[in-house]
Design a protein around this ligand. Structure first.
Ligand SMILES: [Mn+2]
Length: 249
């Protein structure tokens, strides 16, 4: 029997068939191996609820993605609206598919989603977080909402955004290119490419691996395998959404 491994899986976005194929490709063995996820299990793809249920049944440890956070926030507003007819949910309505998944999640699913942490640490070296970390602050001072959504930073390592993820602020760079540790980071959220994960390595043992290789956009689903530091991937069966036109947050 081989040693205990932890698989850290990139953004699944409802791609249940690909998640199952990836676990098979990695010869994942429940009870021996651990399954970790970088968040955004839901939305855009064909079976968000199925992915949540699979994650739960395998005892997966995920961090919170911005899509889970949005569903949880929507649910809180909806509950308040139901209790108080004068209250208006300030959020935009969910898309039709998001709404269908939202309504199909059961109480145990919501409990599980509501308990997801914003980051986890793996083996005293790696931080697993959905979006990333703001390089101007140490881990302990990160903003918990921002780390779900960060993509680009300015020259001082401060979060910047044009409001449209497809339009970078002039002079901005991916946060991972400025992060100097001491933690190494495994993250998702930003599709840097549809094939290989993005790796930023600074020569001092600090590495950032971007594991979202756009499965839902017809790319690949990627797992980082700890402690070997290897990558396992499967191809998407098809593109379920368009990287050019899907609303990004
Ligand atoms: Mn995301």
């Amino acid at each position: 029997m081989s040693a205990v491994r932890t698989l850290v899986v990139g953004d699944v976005h409802g791609c249940l068939d690909e998640l199952d194929a990836l676990l098979e490709e990695a010869k994942f063995l429940p009870g021996r191996d651990e399954l970790w996820m970088v968040g955004d299990l839901v939305d855009r793809g064909p079976d968000s609820v199925g992915v949540v249920r699979r994650a739960r049944s395998l005892g997966a440890r995920s961090v919170l993605g911005n899509h889970e956070e949005k569903h949880l926030r929507f649910r809180k507003h909806a509950a308040r609206e139901a209790a108080d007819p004068r209250y208006r949910n300030p959020m935009k309505p969910l898309s039709e598919e998001s709404r269908a998944a939202h309504e199909a999640l059961d109480e145990a699913d919501w409990q599980w989603l509501g308990g997801l942490p914003v980051w986890r640490t793996l083996a005293d070296r790696w931080v697993v977080v959905h979006g990333g970390l703001e390089p101007r602050w140490p881990l302990a001072r990160q903003n918990e909402r921002l780390v779900l959504r960060i993509r680009e930073v300015d020259e001082r390592g401060k979060f910047v955004s044009s409001g449209d993820p497809r339009v970078p602020v002039p002079g901005s760079v991916p946060w991972a290119s400025r992060w100097r540790g001491p933690e190494s980071v495994l993250y998702g959220h930003q599709v840097h490419g549809l094939e290989r994960p993005r790796v930023d390595a600074h020569g001092d043992g600090v590495e950032c691996w971007g594991l979202d290789t756009g499965c839902v956009f017809g790319g690949r689903l990627t797992a980082f395998v700890w402690p070997a530091g290897e990558i396992v991937q499967v191809d998407a069966k098809r593109a379920y959404a368009s990287l050019e036109t899907a609303p990004l947050e």
